[in-house]
Design a protein around this ligand. Structure first.
Ligand code: 5AD
Ligand code: SF4
Length: 445
């Protein structure tokens, strides 16, 4: 008897938080596609929904439960829900107890087992897998077949730094580096699939260590140099770095590897040494500034980015003023800033002198005003510059395209009649106008 064709089940993966979650979310999508599921169209109901969660701040966790609630359909049914990511790792049991509609809980190191979990969930089981087998998931993931012009590649995971506010060492586990050979294979696949730019990802990406094809020990700089040898890969970036792991080799690479883009995201968190000590950051304001000086010496046009936390326990007005003064000194091209969020199980959660929410709000506003001012100034200083822009997608207006400058600025490209280019091309653009968050550029011959 001929089988009746059935419409394939659909899936949606919703990722929150950091870029590594975006990478993991893409890989989970690839796994589900291998199982015969197809991605749900924008706005359409999906049969299987993966919420790929972030545990870094309290707000991010609250979102998970409201998102689960929102998945309930008008007729009272729900899709097959999986909770993945760092909340799954940290609070898997609680989610299973609190949210009966969740059928699968899968941690960030176990998601390669998602297809098997789905089979069991289809049979009516509720399945939890928060094992942390180092590196095995990557071996089990399907080869990469699709990529846009920019792609993420996780090269390192986990963190051994134990900053006192941070859950990452607990949710993502100890630092591990993926093998050099595997990374070259995955990068080549991404490039064959259309990637022109690869961003190497890791919680402490510059702690990556491995052995190259000649059996020599190598750090992130060696990996970057080997990737730069791929002719069709045009741009390389990496994020996120720790100031203490900015090796001489990596700094040198910023000076002489042309494909390594002039952008460095180097979180500092605070501009006050006593607070940095309480955070267990193991660097000082001075040692951080010295790293930036060395990078600037080899790459004067480097654009700098950072992360800041305001309202860490015990942060005085003077400590905060020191952070503002560091921002003035550095002149960031962009920065991310957060109110301190007390995370259960971290050492800072039980420290004295938690800061009142109103004080945090006010400090965050002042810090963001300073950062916005510098970001706008950085964009304005780019006007008149001619640079390469990687075309990423069409803009909203006819004839408008969007791309990124080497300094990671968003650029709206005005296309006069005549020029022809496509997504993935490098356009030579003169920056003609700057806004606080983006620039406008005109193609030059
Ligand atoms: N509260 C606020 N911000 C945090 N971050 C990490 N943990 C916390 C926390 N408990 C911020 C840091 C880090 C970024 C990824 O998130 O700035 O660099
Ligand atoms: Fe968290 Fe610090 Fe590790 Fe970054 S370096 S992931 S802030 S513990």
């Amino acid at each position: 008897m001929a089988e009746t064709p059935t419409t394939p089940r659909t899936y949606r993966v919703k990722s929150f938080g950091c870029q590594m979650n975006v990478y993991d979310g893409e890989r989970m999508g690839e796994l589900l596609a291998e199982q015969g599921l197809s991605p749900a169209a924008d706005g359409a109901d999906a049969d299987v929904v993966v919420l790929n969660t972030c545990h870094i701040r309290e707000k991010a966790v609250d979102r998970v439960y409201s998102d689960i609630g929102r998945l309930r359909r008008d007729d009272g049914t729900t899709p097959m829900i999986a909770v993945a990511g760092c909340v799954a790792q940290a609070e898997g049991e609680e989610i299973m107890a609190r949210a009966p509609s969740v059928k699968m809980v899968v941690g960030p190191q176990a998601y390669h087992r998602l297809p098997d979990m789905l089979t069991r969930a289809d049979a009516g089981e509720r399945v939890t897998d928060t094992d942390m087998p180092a590196n095995t998931k990557f071996d089990a993931l399907p080869a990469r077949r699709r990529s846009g012009p920019t792609a993420f590649l996780t090269v390192q995971e986990g963190c051994d730094k134990f900053c006192t506010y941070c859950v990452v060492p607990y949710t993502r586990g100890a630092e591990i580096s993926r093998p050099h050979a595997d990374l070259l294979v995955e990068a080549r696949r991404l490039v064959e699939a259309g990637a022109k730019e690869i961003t190497l990802l890791g919680q402490n990406v510059n702690a990556w260590a491995g052995e190259n094809a000649k059996g020599q020990a190598t750090g992130l700089d060696g990996l970057i140099r080997d990737l730069a040898a791929m002719p069709d890969l045009l741009r390389i970036r990496y994020t996120t770095s720790h100031p203490n792991d900015m090796t001489d080799g990596l700094i040198a690479a910023h000076g002489d590897v042309e494909k390594l883009m002039p952008f460095l995201h180097l979180p500092v968190q605070s501009g006050s040494d006593p607070i940095l000590r309480a955070m267990n950051r193991s660097h000082t304001v001075e040692s951080y500034l010295r790293v930036l000086d060395r990078v600037r010496a080899v790459r004067p046009d480097i654009a700098l980015s950072g992360d800041f936390i305001v309202g860490f326990p015990g942060e005085s007005e003077a400590d905060f003023a020191a952070t503002l003064s560091l921002i003035d000194t550095v002149g960031y091209a962009q920065a991310f800033s957060f109110k301190y969020s007390s995370r259960p199980g971290t050492p800072a959660a039980t420290m004295a002198d938690h800061i009142a929410p109103e004080v945090m709000d006010e400090r965050l506003q002042r810090l963001q005003a300073a950062v916005n001012r510098d970001q706008y100034a950085f964009n304005q200083a780019s006007v008149g510059r001619v640079c390469d822009v990687l075309v990423e997608r069409r803009g909203k207006l006819p004839g408008q395209w969007l791309g990124k400058s080497p300094w990671l600025q968003s650029v709206h490209i005005i296309k006069d009649s005549g020029e022809d280019f496509a997504v993935g091309d490098i356009a030579t653009v003169e920056m003609v106008q700057a806004g606080p968050n983006s620039l406008t550029g005109r193609i030059v011959a």
